[in-house]
Design a protein around this ligand. Structure first.
Ligand code: HEM
Length: 133
């Protein structure tokens, strides 16, 4: 019996050019990631988590990852969500605050609400790896 295929680092979705276009293509996704990281760092509820983080590196990794989640032509090469958040002790409340920051960031860029929610739905299963308290 063959071994089960390893779980992909990033969940795989079928390409949907209209969805990626709603985010402004790859450049739009990079802009979103950069602004999202800045907004998380500035948020009074969750900003402290990013105190020692090299923000330029996080922007790059998150940009690759979100682009891949939107089935764009990018390959995320960072750590698993479990490994990269293991020591942070992130709570459910933290993750709800983070979703609010992401929604506000997407609003500020004029990303349509339906497409915002399609991205959130693709990220939702990852919280299982991220919330550790
Ligand atoms: C689905 C939700 C999330 C996704 C997709 C996500 C994605 C990522 C990615 C791609 C990285 C970079 C990993 C690497 O470079 O190897 C990262 C790191 C990080 N994430 Fe998240 N994250 C999520 C939720 C959260 C939440 C809720 C918090 C805290 C409120 C958080 C805090 C951090 C911090 C502080 C780092 C940087 C750690 C370091 O400095 O090395 N993340 N995240």
């Amino acid at each position: 019996q063959p071994a089960p295929a390893a779980e992909p680092l990033v969940p795989v979705f079928a390409p949907d050019p209209a969805l990626l276009a709603d985010f402004g293509g790859v450049e739009g996704v990079r802009k979103l990631s950069s602004l999202f990281v800045d907004n998380m760092r500035a948020d009074p509820r969750i900003g402290h988590y990013f105190e020692k983080t090299k923000l330029s590196e996080l922007k790059k990794q998150l940009g690759d990852q979100l682009c891949q989640v939107l089935a764009g032509p990018c390959v995320y090469e960072g750590d698993t969500m479990k490994a990269s958040h293991a020591d942070l002790k992130i709570s459910k409340a933290d993750s709800l605050a983070q979703v609010e920051v992401l929604q506000a960031t997407m609003d500020s860029l004029g990303i349509p609400f339906g497409s915002q929610n399609r991205l959130l739905a693709r990220l939702a299963p990852m919280y299982r790896q991220i919330i550790t308290r």
